[in-house]
Design a protein around this ligand. Structure first.
Ligand code: ATP
Ligand code: ZN
Length: 339
């Protein structure tokens, strides 16, 4: 089964909206979830007005200011400090992966609506003229392009499983990988916390079932510890991914029942349910099977990951501590590496 290919869910359980700071004149009294979009738009506009996010003309695709990036960097410092004992192998990939590996992952079965593929023009001079003529006439031109061998990375950990599988069986203790990547998900939204391109920092555990369960437990505790150090109101809840279509509901229910995914939620938008800022995932042997990832004794590996949503955590910090970093609590700034 593939009730394990995890994407963030849109936020299910209501939360108390404790102590929201008031960024840039944003009246922040939390209301029941009457019109979540109003709060999302207000926060989006406040972030843009303050120059923290730079609009691109497409919902969910933004530039980031120096202040935004300083917070994002600080979060990576904090996560690294928390994971210093993991002896993780650092891997950094560009935000793209092989289409062949992506096809094998089962992503298109579970989340066709979120996938992003890279297409390029591969035609002749004549085809090129036709493309330009269509462009000039304001007609659709994209079907003049062909799919390349590249797709956009949907979750930071995806490229690592086939890469590790290509090495052959893993060492007896398995492996922990530290990964950071921009990810793409086609989910345009005015919610500043729902971007189309955003960063995930992850620790990924590959090994046997017991190793993954223990790893996930450890990181659920550490995730809450980090949220505490960052002075963010939070709660952890079982979650499911937005599996596509009618069959998807059954898969999502089973994912919840098996408790394969937990999320750490923080209120970000006023009058809206809290937002998943971290996730703790157990994929069972799904990736082990599709990419022939083997443990030292030749069994299909089990895998799990903890994902930190860098943009969402940054937005949560700005929401709760305000837009002026010099006013942030001293301890929060220290946790972020002395911001
Ligand atoms: P898996 O690797 O099993 O697919 P994952 O680590 O990718 O799981 P997700 O829950 O899909 O798990 O994503 C991890 C984190 O990425 C989320 O908790 C969230 O903080 C962030 N995230 C997900 N979608 C978005 C988005 N559209 N915009 C901004 N951040 C997002
Ligand atoms: Zn992951």
């Amino acid at each position: 089964m593939d009730a394990n290919v995890s994407v963030d869910n849109a936020g299910a359980a209501p939360a108390t909206s404790a102590g929201l700071a008031e960024p840039a004149g944003d009246a922040a009294a939390a209301t029941p979830y009457g019109d979540p979009q109003a709060g999302q738009r207000r926060y989006q506009q406040a972030l843009i007005a303050a120059g923290l996010l730079i609009p691109s003309g497409v919902d969910g695709v933004y530039g980031r200011s120096a202040v935004f990036e300083a917070i994002a960097d600080g979060l990576n410092v904090a996560v690294s400090a928390l994971g210093a004992d993991q002896r993780a192998e650092v891997m950094r990939f560009p935000p793209a992966m092989s289409r062949k590996d992506f096809e094998a992952s089962g992503y298109l079965k579970s989340f066709p609506q979120l996938a992003g593929t890279v297409h390029s023009f591969c035609g002749s001079d004549r085809d090129h003229h036709r493309l330009l003529a269509r462009l000039e006439d304001g007609e659709e031109w994209a079907d003049e392009q062909r799919p390349t061998r590249v797709v956009l990375t949907p979750a930071a950990c995806y490229p690592i499983y086939p890469a590790v599988a290509r090495r052959g069986p893993m060492p007896p203790q398995g492996l922990v990988v530290d990964v950071l990547s921009y990810c793409f998900r086609h989910e345009p939204s005015i919610d500043p916390a729902r971007m189309q391109m955003f960063r995930q920092r992850e620790y990924v555990r590959l090994g046997n079932a017991e190793q993954i369960i223990a790893f996930r437990q450890l990181w659920m505790e550490r995730g809450q510890q980090l949220a505490g150090l960052l002075e963010l109101p939070h709660e952890v809840d079982v979650a499911n991914d937005p599996f596509f279509g009618r069959g998807g509901k059954i898969v999502a229910d089973s994912q919840r029942e098996l408790k394969l995914k937990f999320e750490l939620l923080v209120p970000i938008n006023e009058g809206a349910p809290p937002t998943a800022c971290m996730s703790f995932n157990y994929h069972m042997d799904h990736f082990g099977q599709v990419w022939e990832l083997r443990t030292a004794d030749g069994e299909p590996a089990h895998t799990g990951c903890v994902g930190f949503g860098i943009e969402r955590l940054t937005l949560a910090l700005l929401r709760h501590h305000g837009f002026d970093l010099s006013q942030w609590p001293r301890g929060v700034r220290a946790t972020l590496g002395g911001l």
